[in-house]
Design a protein around this ligand. Structure first.
Ligand SMILES: Cc1ncc(COP(=O)(O)O)c(C=O)c1O
Length: 423
């Protein structure tokens, strides 16, 4: 086992004091106690409009700015510019010369949709969309292609690069290269599939685009399933846009979108005509994020290791690896179980989101049977990745069973309650 201090971690999440096992936390994590307190404290002590010159007005602006900077710092997105320049002028009528690189909103789904409404390409230009993504990073681009008469190219990986019994479709840069042409304007894909758990090589994907026939094509990445598991350094990753949702990273129900400077220059504003449109926030922030939730982001990031090099990230990955290897070894040992995604459990290959089906059992039935006899709470279905689950994997509406972490007693529950059936 790793040196990950699981008891110390548990103690920071009030909801974990009960007996429910949250096996559905790929859908949304539990919330830090400090985050819950911060939301309450904001509403209690600083619930006024931004930009006021009175004492409480100043406090709310300071809190908003601090959280904004914390979010930027966490993903290594041009933090100094945001803190120093943006802070002073955000709420005034002065020109804001500094474009910040991130914007907050209700959800990743909303932010990608907003982004898509700011971009304009020429008729006949091409967009390449991964078909294994959550619909949040598919629908906006399918819609954009239809509105602007673009050519839509699906990036559909082969089912089993590494194993014939357990499908493991992966977004390989070598497959992407075949789809790129001088007219490619956008490539949309996920960092980690919310079904498969496999980590895609975003660095390799960016390199394929930059070294390909259309280096200026935008690379738009969904980081929602990656962010809870590994550190982010968007400066180093080289993507053009990247979004994830803080409610999956122990924080509040807000999401954050990073957009590089080069893309910002191409974006039209969605803001009111009388508003300035110099910054990303002004262009697509649309009245900003919930203040109390944004304030609580300072508490969220304070809990997370401050830099990608922090050794706690390695401890987390190693802890996850122990758990996922244990569960995968059990699932693979059953000849009536099909795992979707990597089965090695190597933390360089995957995160601990694990999906499977049991022959002879409906996925709904597996979930309900184990839930009725245990404290596990988990889910079945397609989890908004319908093009992957129904399309590529060919599964019916029942989809897959998805679980994460806390594995030993889960294995015991599966063994006890989900016996092999003649299918
Ligand atoms: C991979 C992935 N992308 C996008 C989303 C959508 O995030 P949000 O609920 O913030 O719109 C989810 C939500 O589960 C997800 O798992």
């Amino acid at each position: 086992m790793s040196d990950f201090d699981i008891e110390a971690v548990r103690a920071q999440f009030p909801a974990l004091a009960g007996d429910q096992v949250f096996f559905d936390n790929a859908g949304g994590s539990q919330t830090l106690g400090t985050v819950i307190e911060a939301i309450r404290d904001y509403l209690l002590r600083s619930n006024v409009q931004l930009g006021g010159t009175y004492k409480t007005g100043k406090l709310t602006s300071e809190r908003y700015d601090a959280a904004w900077a914390a979010g930027a710092r966490y993903v290594n997105a041009d933090e100094t510019e945001i803190v120093i320049k943006f802070k002073a002028s955000r709420y005034s009528q002065e020109d804001i010369t500094n474009p910040n690189a991130q914007v907050f909103g209700a959800s990743t789904t909303q932010l990608f949709r907003n982004l898509s409404f700011t971009l304009a390409f020429d008729e006949g230009d091409e967009v390449v969309i991964s078909s294994i993504d959550h619909e949040a990073n598919i629908a906006p681009w399918v819609d954009l292609a239809a509105r602007q008469k673009l050519v839509l190219k699906w990036w559909t990986p082969s089912l089993s690069p590494s194993s014939s019994t357990n499908p493991n479709p992966q977004l390989l840069p070598s497959d992407l290269e075949k789809l790129l042409t001088p007219r490619t304007r956008l490539v949309a894909c996920t960092h980690v599939s919310n079904i498969l758990g496999s980590i895609n090589d975003i660095g390799g994907i960016v390199a394929a685009v930059r070294g390909g026939p259309s280096p200026r094509a935008l690379v738009v990445v969904d980081g929602v399933s990656y962010a809870p598991h590994r550190p982010l350094d968007l400066g180093a990753l080289g993507v053009d846009a990247y979004a994830f949702s803080w409610y999956k990273v122990y924080g509040p129900h807000i999401a954050m979108l990073y957009v590089g400077r080069r893309v910002q220059d191409q974006m039209r504003t969605l803001g009111h005509f009388f508003r300035k449109s110099n910054t990303l926030e002004e262009k697509i922030g649309l009245a900003g994020a919930s203040y109390e939730l944004l304030h609580s982001l300072s508490a969220t990031t304070a809990y997370l290791p401050p830099s990608p090099d922090d050794s706690r990230w390695a401890s987390l990955a190693s802890h996850e690896e122990t758990l996922q290897k244990t569960l995968l070894a059990y699932l693979v040992s059953r000849d009536d179980v099909t795992v979707y995604g990597d089965t090695t459990g190597d933390s360089a290959m995957r995160v601990s989101t694990i999906s499977f089906r049991v022959a002879g059992w409906r996925s709904q039935e597996v979930v309900e049977t184990v839930e009725s006899a245990s404290v596990f709470g988990f889910r079945w279905g397609a989890f908004y990745s319908v093009r992957l689950v129904s399309g590529l994997l060919g599964l019916d509406d029942d989809g897959i069973v998805r679980v994460i972490d806390e594995v030993k007693s889960f294995i015991a529950a599966m063994e006890k309650h989900i016996p092999k059936r003649n299918s």
